[in-house]
Design a protein around this ligand. Sequence first.
Ligand code: TXA
Ligand code: MG
Length: 343
Amino acid sequence: MAMKTILRRIDPQNPDPSVIGEAASAIRSGGLVAFPTETVYGLGADASNEAAVAKIFEAKGRPGDNPLIVHVSRKEDLRALALPSNYALDLADAFWPGPLTIVAKRKAGVAAFGCGGLGTIAVRLPSSPVALALIEASGAFICAPSANSSTKPSPTCASHVMQDLDGKIEMVLDGGQASLGLESTVVDATGPAPAILRPGFITREMIEELFGRLAKPDATGPPKAPGMKYAHYAPKARVVLVTGDAEKIAQKILELAQGCMEKAMVLATSQNASRYAGLGFLVAGDRSDPGAIGASLFSKLREFDEMGAEVVFAEGIEETGVGEAVMNRLRKASAGRIVEVGV
Ligand code: TXA
Ligand code: MG
């Protein structure tokens, strides 16, 4: 029997303590609560409650070896959960609270129910006032993956969460649009130098400015960010990513769409949008502003489903700054269907 999912509005900047109290009590009694963060909506459970953490995997249909991020409300909590390297502490000082997740060696005795059998733990101190208030009020560390069904695009508003999880979780806090729209940067801080496991709004350039060159993620041994090997961000349509020079991308997409027997649509940049007038298209944003493209990406992918797209041709963008995170998500969404037109 499906449960009744309670949906509550909440002011993202000044969360009402009584609504937070209701959500915190659901967390304390082992329930699942979806809540807004500055990146995407998270699906939260008490990290110390094994049954509650198991329910996260079940509700999302998430493979059990894909570990969860533990959300904390104070910088010191990193030391309560992990044995952080010196530069891990520097990373926390530089970028917390904010869209950065630090992977560190887990401390003995710390609950590891969401850790996928790894000896490490992923920790994030979000900046979202709702997330912070919920963690504080529940008196627990909160495990929270993105609040979508496994393989779907991450949710950037409460209605995305309801599309995927209505009837499967206790509560959704609706705090409007997530401001960043892409998940946090995940950094492996267990090796001699930081390595980016998942790019995000804390960019390679920002981290390099503090630490010099970054390490490449270790390709030997078990995968460092197990989640990255699974299908992701997939709308119902097949996504085909077209990369290279902006002008050539538009030509190529028109050519590919012409030869396509299915309902083809385009995820366009504003520079090229007028070229697709004969096709259906959605504008992701301006090439000069990859952050804006990142903020709209997941909701555009879901809109294509509503429009009945069968194939989506997505324009690639330059991979600098937040562009690296945008392209990482587009590559995953395309599941390897990538056409390179050259620069
Ligand atoms: O912005 C975010 O990070 C959002 C919000 C809700 O905070 N959360 C999120 O969680 O995106 P999720 O579960 O969708 O993605 C977590 C990523 C996965 O790729 C997972 O494999 C990786 O972090 N991860 C978690 N624990 C890890 C660990 N111990 N070592 C390496 N990677 C880990
Ligand atoms: Mg996710």
